[in-house]
Design a protein around this ligand. Structure first.
Ligand SMILES: Nc1nc2c([nH]c(=O)n2[C@H]2C[C@H](O)[C@@H](COP(=O)(O)OP(=O)(O)OP(=O)(O)O)O2)c(=O)[nH]1
Ligand SMILES: [Mg+2]
Length: 136
């Protein structure tokens, strides 16, 4: 049967500083609440993905995006919604990185990422990030 659910386009930033990656914890009441995530959010109508990424990272964690390159796109069907994660590698930012919405945040060494629980959709992103560092 063809799905009639709409696809939610999400801009996601894998924010790196050398070997550290910035992650934040989704507030409990949100979809996938309590899981760690790469900061980001929904692309609004008429907005480019980079504009959405830049806006979300400033709003959520106070980081200004200075350089971002596309990393991967993946679609994932949760029972309640299907998301298109548009994932960018953000290799230059300005700011400390703080939980401006009251969420927990952390700079984590790439080798420690597997100790954090992410949404189920994120596994290919985690694999890709590890592969990037292992290739260096
Ligand atoms: N930001 C982010 N969202 C993710 C990740 N993995 C994953 O499945 N998602 C899902 C959870 C949500 O259903 C959706 C992102 O929505 P969101 O709640 O961050 O959207 P938003 O920041 O625009 O929030 P709002 O304005 O709707 O409150 O993508 C991830 O690593 N980062
Ligand atoms: Mg968000």
């Amino acid at each position: 049967m063809q799905s009639t659910k709409k696809l939610i386009h999400v801009a996601v930033g894998v924010i790196q500083r050398d070997e550290q990656i910035f992650i934040s914890k989704r507030p409990d009441q949100l979809h996938q609440g309590g899981r760690w995530e790469f900061p980001g959010g929904k692309v609004e109508q008429g907005e480019t993905v980079v504009a959405a990424l830049t806006r979300e990272l400033m709003e959520e964690v106070g980081l200004q995006v200075l350089d971002a390159t596309p990393l991967m796109q993946l679609e994932y069907a949760y029972p309640e919604k299907t998301v298109l994660l548009d994932v960018w590698l953000v290799s230059q930012t300005e700011g400390l990185g703080e939980g401006l919405e009251g969420q927990q945040v952390a700079w984590v060494h790439f080798s420690e990422l597997s100790n954090y629980q992410f949404p189920d959709a994120n596994q290919p992103i985690l694999d890709k990030v590890l592969a990037l560092y292992q290739a260096q």
